[in-house]
Design a protein around this ligand. Sequence first.
Ligand code: DU
Ligand code: SF4
Length: 227
Amino acid sequence: PDTAELDARVSVCRACPRLVAWRESVATTGRRASFADQPYWGRPGPGFGDPDAEVLLVGLAPAANGTNRTGRMFTGDRSGDWLYAALHRAGYASQPQSWASGDGLQLTGIRIVAAVRCAPPDNKPSTQEKATCSAWLDRDVSLAAPRLRAVLALGSIGWDAALGSARRLGWEVPRPKPRFGHGAEAVLTTPEGRPVRLVGSYHVSQQNTFTGKLTEAMLDAVIARLA
Ligand code: DU
Ligand code: SF4
């Protein structure tokens, strides 16, 4: 199995009844007025980016009118505007904006996945939904593991999801559990003894970027640590 197959499989997952209902209702009768004439993806967000990435970015979950509309991670919303601009400044993204699939955006050295792949109501997945979807993250981490050098976790949910995958895959994780924060760092060790750096960043959601809790300089600084 490769990333293309994994992406195809995750994009038809229906394991969480509440999220399946929400993603589909937003995509049909619940579209945002400004996108009412557009088709919505209405399915889980598959991973996006370089299949040979040395860096995995773990986000929270698709936005109802972002990834759930466009079918591509962080595409078509303000979180994505921030994220891809920063990835472009750092040389990971071929262009600073991510409008829609087919816009030519290519990532090099990084692959973007999420703790939960379906848009949750109020951006809040339940404990059970996080646990169910962690199986998909485990597969992404497993596929990336042979080349993986760093994981960038956005928000505490991304951070906890990355640590959970590492534990389930038998990686060595520092004790006590490393605490999330902007700029937090922990070294995880694969069963082969290779270190993988886990770096935390405040999420690029509007709650953080509009209020100045997360600035461009802060985001650039954590991305610079992945190299
Ligand atoms: O079909 P493909 O050329 O492997 O690309 C699928 C999809 O993944 C395309 O939207 C670009 C993206 N991608 C990328 O961002 N970086 C890569 O190194 C390879 C593919
Ligand atoms: Fe499947 Fe994850 Fe979506 Fe649940 S959140 S339905 S596990 S893809």
